[in-house]
Design a protein around this ligand. Structure first.
Ligand code: THU
Length: 154
């Protein structure tokens, strides 16, 4: 029997976002400058908003032994969990730049989606995921379920 699952997301321009979300996008944009990406030349910045209001950032950190590197999203989420283990993550913004410094669309990889899902279950609260897309549009997912249907759990 065929079954269908739909996902939902919103699309906004930067100016349509509230100040809180614009600030998070700005933080992710700034974090692209700390990326260490000599192999891919793809510079990703992520910024996490905690329930305390604090912002924690991360960027991708590559390594000559390729799988040893880490994506910006997990760098930010693991840093937040290390420094603020009792805080919930309300939102996560992601921005990417190519080798010319131009902002390019970004959508989180599967491993990062799985880590977002576990953070949601740890805190028993959904997070909003803001992805900088093309033409200065921001895609917003209200919870990781829309990005990772059929998430792995045990
Ligand atoms: N990358 C991220 O940091 N986040 C993503 O969502 C996708 C990919 C990084 C990993 C690697 O350093 C580079 O981008 C190219 O894949």
């Amino acid at each position: 029997m065929d079954k269908t699952k739909t996902i939902q997301y919103q699309e906004f321009t930067l100016l349509e976002l509230c100040d809180f979300e614009q600030e998070l996008i700005d933080a992710a944009m700034n974090a692209t400058s700390s990326a260490y990406a000599p192999y891919s030349n793809f510079h990703v910045g992520a910024a996490v908003r905690l329930d305390s209001g604090e912002i924690v950032t991360g960027s991708n950190q590559e390594n000559i032994a390729y799988p040893s590197g880490l994506c910006a999203e997990r760098t930010a989420l693991f840093t937040a969990a290390t420094q603020h283990p009792d805080s919930a993550v309300l939102a996560l913004a992601i921005v990417a730049r190519n080798s010319d410094g131009k902002i390019v669309p970004i959508s989180p990889c599967g491993a990062c989606r799985q880590v977002m899902a576990e953070q949601e279950s740890r805190q028993d609260k959904k997070m909003r995921i803001l992805c900088y897309n093309s033409n200065d549009k921001i895609l917003i997912f209200d919870g990781v379920e829309s990005l990772l249907p059929f998430v792995f759990t045990m």
